[in-house]
Design a binder for this molecule. Structure first.
Ligand code: GBH
Length: 515
């Protein structure tokens, strides 16, 4: 064994934590910000189970310096965050005024990240459509308007931040935008055919129209970036898609086929046009005239419009043909194997179990099918009942640590043994934050690697954060790291953290921890 060096991820491998504007910023009515579709939606009774909204969230619009200090302390290489469209252009539209204070906020954030040696990884759209565009013309339902407005918004961002931002994501999870917002009606703007849920909407047509608009808005923004900014700014731009691994329930031909159908609707709906230049055959067959068509001119813009594959993934579903859920491609999902055993550890959310082999299989599938480098832009776990645990227990998030042990080793195996070109990994999320309605049982503290005390807004690293910091410290080749700065050592115990907002001073809960 002597002399052998365990292989590591390349020194250029990017890792860091991820967030989204509406889930962390708060300060929704300051400095000229316009409303997003989530502002009022989250205040409607019953939309979020305990009525929480984004007015404060993790207060990161005010505490951004403290957040960056914690990221630096963690020693991340990168931070994935999203820009709030309605902070930058309060009314959203292409002829509406730009808000200098909105620009200033993100500009300062980017500068401070870079000063700390942290690469900004910027999502332009993580679900917070300006309310004014929804009111004006139906938002994503109106392709001709929204594509132009989105492209102008993207242009403002490239002009304002592109000298410093070299990693752009156009959209976060178009499947969720379309299906959860306009099909199931559980996300803003909450449209659905279910009249108990929504006075308006058509779940059989609108999601597919919205998805089409999202693809085109993405593609035309990328075209603009490549034509007007890429040469001088030198960044990369792409989209990020949600999609969980689909495993046949058993080896019967119909269930093997069902697993592919599940992937076609969850992933191929967006990835096939963007990387391969056409909607999946199964979607065409399933939707017929309800699936919009691209003009040849549009298709030329769409095909090849992402520099990389942006992958958000959380779990694996065992797939059985059947059921009546068009949004899953008429495939039933289960976590119970034919022999009655569970696939993995159950999370707080019904839709999430821990199954690391599925993460590796998904990486291999995407690499073979789309043949582009993969950036894992979200991956994470919600510990059962974490929200109701006292802080001391919540910080010992063993199920989340196990989850990340599984995915990090699957990641390493996919890269080093299978030869998949994975270039980034961002656990979701940096902090406990405003959680939409993703768990059908609504809970707001479910995905963070950092605990946030919502009374004081203090941040406390959980065991999972410490695990990840250590793992990436050990598993990325540091030999020639062109490091500007060595990240400060991470304290071992909560009580060792310095005072301040991760802090632990004052008559706080941490006194109790020390006692
Ligand atoms: C992420 O999406 C989001 O990007 C992030 O903002 C959020 O905080 C995080 O999830 C945790 O919720 O049973 O039909 O409602 C994850 C992708 C896709 C996972 C939809 C849950 C539920 C499908 N999500 N899925 S359904």
């Amino acid at each position: 064994m002597s002399g052998t060096v365990a292989p590591k991820l390349s020194k250029d491998f990017i890792w860091g934590f991820a967030t989204a504007s509406f889930q962390i910023e708060g300060s929704t009515d300051v400095d000229g910000r316009g409303k997003s579709i989530w502002d009022d939606f989250s205040k409607q009774p019953g939309k979020t189970m305990d009525g929480r909204d984004g007015d404060v969230a993790t207060d990161s619009y005010r505490l951004w310096k403290e957040d960056i200090a914690l990221l630096a302390q963690y020693g991340v290489k990168s931070y994935r965050f999203s820009v709030s469209w309605s902070r930058v252009i309060p009314l959203g539209g292409r002829n509406d005024p730009v808000n200098p204070k909105g620009i200033q906020f993100y500009s300062n954030l980017i500068d401070a990240l870079l000063e700390n040696g942290i690469v900004p990884f910027v999502t332009l759209y993580h679900w917070d459509l300006p309310q004014a565009l929804h009111d004006r013309y139906g938002g994503w339902l109106n392709k001709d308007e929204i594509v132009q407005d989105y492209v102008r918004y993207a242009k403002v961002c490239f002009e304002s931040f592109g000298d410093r931002v070299k990693h752009w994501l156009t959209m976060n999870e178009p499947w969720c935008i379309s299906i959860l917002g306009y099909g199931r009606g559980v996300f803003a703007p909450g449209r659905s055919s279910d009249r108990e849920r929504s006075p308006e909407g058509n779940s059989s047509t609108e999601p597919w129209i919205v998805g089409h608009s999202v693809i085109l808005a993405h593609a035309y923004a990328v075209k603009l970036y490549r034509e007007e900014f890429k040469a001088s700014q030198g960044g990369q731009i792409g989209i990020t898609l949600n999609g969980d691994w689909a495993m046949p329930y058993d080896d019967s031909p119909q269930n093997v086929e069902a697993a592919q159908h599940a992937l076609d609707v969850a992933i191929g709906w967006f990835a096939d046009p963007i990387y391969l230049g056409h909607y999946p055959d199964y979607m065409k067959q399933m939707l017929r005239e309800r699936l919009p068509e691209f003009t040849p001119e549009e298709l030329a813009v769409v095909k090849g419009s992402s520099d990389f594959y942006g992958m958000n993934t959380y779990t694996t579903n065992l797939c059985r043909a059947g059921g009546d859920d068009e949004f899953q491609g008429f495939v039933e999902y289960t976590f119970i194997r034919p022999d009655g055993t569970q696939l993995g550890t159950q999370a707080h959310c019904a839709w999430l179990q821990d199954y690391p082999q599925g993460f590796r299989d998904l990486l291999n599938y995407l690499w073979k099918r789309y043949k582009l480098p993969i950036y894992v832009t979200e991956n994470g776990f919600a510990v059962k009942d974490e929200n109701s645990k006292p802080i001391e227990e919540a910080l010992q998030d063993n199920d989340r640590v196990n989850y990340f042990k599984g995915t990090t080793s699957a990641l390493k195996a996919a890269v080093l043994e299978d030869g998949v070109d994975v270039r980034a990994y961002f656990p979701w999320s940096f902090v406990d934050n405003f959680e939409w309605q993703a768990c059908l049982l609504y809970h707001h503290r479910i995905f963070g690697v950092t605990y946030v005390d919502y009374e004081t807004q203090k941040r406390y690293p959980k065991e999972s954060a410490k695990f990840l910091v250590k793992w990436f410290g050990n598993n990325i080749d540091a030999a020639e790291k062109p490091s500007n700065k060595a990240p400060p050592a991470l304290p071992q115990k909560v009580a060792d953290y310095p005072s301040g907002h991760f802090g632990l001073e004052g008559p706080s809960i941490v006194q109790g921890l020390k006692a």
